[in-house]
Design a protein around this ligand. Structure first.
Ligand code: SF4
Length: 476
């Protein structure tokens, strides 16, 4: 009997742990690895390892595959070296390897550029014949009947399940690589497949990882609504959050359906409250809405019982000390329930990266080590109106202001009042608390988020006056 060949698929960890997405309870399975596993022939043994959940331990394999965002790339290269030393072939895919393929090829045997689905079976076949090529270029294929990721192979312990219903975004924001990596045309999975996978996901909380769940245009909107109706009809109840754009706020029916289907929070790319900055970074959707109408957008989500996680960028070219401080004030006083406050980070694959590289404005170019800092929590640029260190210091102060517990308590009560939904308020508060811990204690892993969430969502509330029961804040 011949032994099965072993494929080891690894999601590496950035050892600089800042940011909530480096924490267990916000961790999501690496879907791309699950899909590559699904496309691997049956005569392979497949193991998926995630360093974000478990300490990496060397194990033998015939072929080792890595996926990596830019902030994980350095670690992927380190792990690849362990295998190369043993003469074991390594492959790397994902967004970083796509745009830094020459760099990646110095560390792995093979790079998959673009989406891997269209080339993975060929790569495996070539490997079996001893003929694996250094580079494979994936194409943007229709997603309609793409395979289910091998959920059964994911390690245990993810806080959220992950589900994808569509890929692509027609916008072209300067700081984003989604439109170049996933394309500017929407591609859909079939609603039936999405719902089948929804039912298979073991977690009862999940992140719908779409580039834009609701999207633009009638067809996309109707599809999002069909998915929500199908979730409701399935009888399986899960809570989730997803990325959407401001145009969703004009569709009360869609927001209501999303809410009924378990959506508790939307991640909105607000970026800036200044029109001039939206224009400079080509944030067309927000310009269409108009900054003067932002509060109406937040109100619309709240009315549907959904909290708003606002993603803001700090360090845009026109940002000064004053505008950065004003952005914090804006968050504190606005209807945004929780915030993702990233520093402008020029990720490979973006126009921002190309421009900053040309202008010598990336402050640490000691690559690949420097990629460890590309976490949105380190200043990696020369800002226009201050030094790198000044910007970093300023942001440390601003994070402390925005995640001050007094602010978070007030935000929580406001979310309760506006959404009338303790679950949405729980999602928003827990997101803010994660950042609070990261900012004040330098980590968030030790925070027992699951316990906080249980406490918050089990608070007995008088929904008429929305006063949380005694003890609701004892954890703060
Ligand atoms: S930031 Fe959002 S809207 Fe802009 S291109 Fe990226 S995914 Fe699309």
């Amino acid at each position: 009997m011949t032994h099965k060949k072993k494929l080891l698929l690894v999601n590496p960890k950035n050892i600089y742990k800042k940011g909530i997405f480096n924490t267990d309870d916000y961790s999501v399975p690496p879907m791309s690895l699950g899909i590559m596993a699904a496309l691997t022939p049956d005569h392979w043994e497949i193991v998926i390892r995630d360093e974000n959940l478990e300490t990496f331990q060397y194990e033998p394999a015939d072929l080792v595959g890595f996926t990596a965002l830019t902030s994980q790339a350095t670690r992927a290269y380190e792990l690849a070296q362990l295998y190369s030393k043993q003469g074991i072939k390594t492959v790397m895919g994902g967004i970083h390897a796509t745009y830094m393929s020459e760099e990646a090829l110095k560390h792995v045997d093979t790079v998959v550029k673009g989406e891997g689905e269209s080339v993975w079976p060929q790569l495996i076949d070539d490997f079996e014949k001893g003929n694996m090529q250094p580079m494979y270029q994936g194409e943007l294929e229709p997603l309609y009947d793409s395979p289910y990721p091998r959920i059964d192979l994911y390690p245990k312990g993810y806080g959220l399940g992950s589900l994808q219903t569509t890929r692509g975004c027609p916008m072209k924001c300067d700081f984003c690589s989604v439109h170049s990596f996933n394309g500017r045309k929407y591609r859909y999975r079939s609603v039936d497949d999405v719902v089948e996978e929804y039912k298979m996901i073991p977690q009862n909380r999940m992140y719908i990882v779409d580039d834009d769940f609701y999207g633009y245009g009638k067809k996309h909107a109707e599809r999002a609504k069909s998915i929500c109706r199908a979730f409701i009809k399935s009888g399986v109840q899960k809570e989730w959050y997803t990325f959407c754009s401001m145009n969703l706020a004009d569709d009360a029916e869609a927001m209501q359906l999303m809410s009924e289907a378990g959506c508790r929070m939307v991640l909105l790319g607000i970026e800036s409250e200044l029109t001039s900055q939206l224009e400079a970074s080509e944030k067309i959707t927000n310009l269409k809405t108009g900054v003067e109408n932002y509060e109406k957008v937040y109100d619309a989500f709240h009315k549907a019982g959904i909290a708003v996680l606002g993603s803001f960028i700090f360090g845009l070219d026109s940002d000064t000390r004053e505008t950065i401080q004003a952005r914090t004030d804006y968050f504190i006083n606005s209807g945004v329930d929780c915030i993702q406050p990233g520093m402008l980070t020029p990720l490979p694959g973006t126009l921002t990266y190309q421009n900053m590289l040309k202008e010598n404005r990336i402050s640490d170019t000691n690559f690949p080590e420097a990629w460890n800092k590309f976490t949105f929590f380190n200043c990696v640029i020369h800002p226009k109106h201050m030094t790198t260190d000044e910007f970093q210091e300023l942001m440390e102060e601003e994070w402390k202001r925005m995640f001050d517990l007094k602010v978070l308590k007030r935000k929580y009560l406001n979310t309760l009042k506006s959404t009338k939904n303790p679950f949405a308020a729980g999602w928003a508060l827990s997101t803010n608390l994660k950042y609070h811990n990261t900012v004040f204690e330098g980590h968030s892993r030790d925070y027992d988020y699951a316990e906080v969430y249980r406490q918050l969502t089990s608070i007995t509330m008088k929904m008429n006056d929305l006063i949380p029961a005694e003890g609701a804040f004892h954890h703060l």
